[in-house]
Design a protein around this ligand. Structure first.
Ligand code: ZN
Length: 105
């Protein structure tokens, strides 16, 4: 998993070369979804495939970063208009207790 425009492998420091692109669905506010293309890069040193992730996509999360930040900072709760049942209470609970997510903010 690397950031866009990253050119070195986070594992071995080797050069990353374009490998292919994969489609990925992103869920957004108001229940809308959109497909985005994620580029995969292969390391010339250790041959590991890395996905290039745009800033608005958090690793393994299908919600936009903006929504996750809103939940973590307390701006968005289950009572917030427009977010009543989205994301669900359990999902928000997991986010608040995820050290990984907290460290990304
Ligand atoms: Zn490597």
């Amino acid at each position: 998993m690397v950031r866009v425009k990253e050119t070195t492998c986070p594992i071995c420091g080797g050069n990353l070369k374009y490998y292919d692109s994969v489609k990925r669905i992103v869920r957004s506010k108001g229940r809308s979804t959109k497909w985005v293309y994620i580029r995969r890069l292969r390391c010339c040193g250790c041959n590991t495939l890395h996905r290039e992730l745009p800033d608005y996509i958090f690793p393994y999360k299908q919600y936009e970063a903006e929504v996750i930040k809103g939940v973590l900072s307390g701006v968005i709760t289950s009572d917030t208009l427009g977010y009543e049942d989205y994301p669900c209470e359990m999902t928000m609970f997991r986010w608040r207790n995820s050290q990984n997510l907290q460290s990304l903010l």
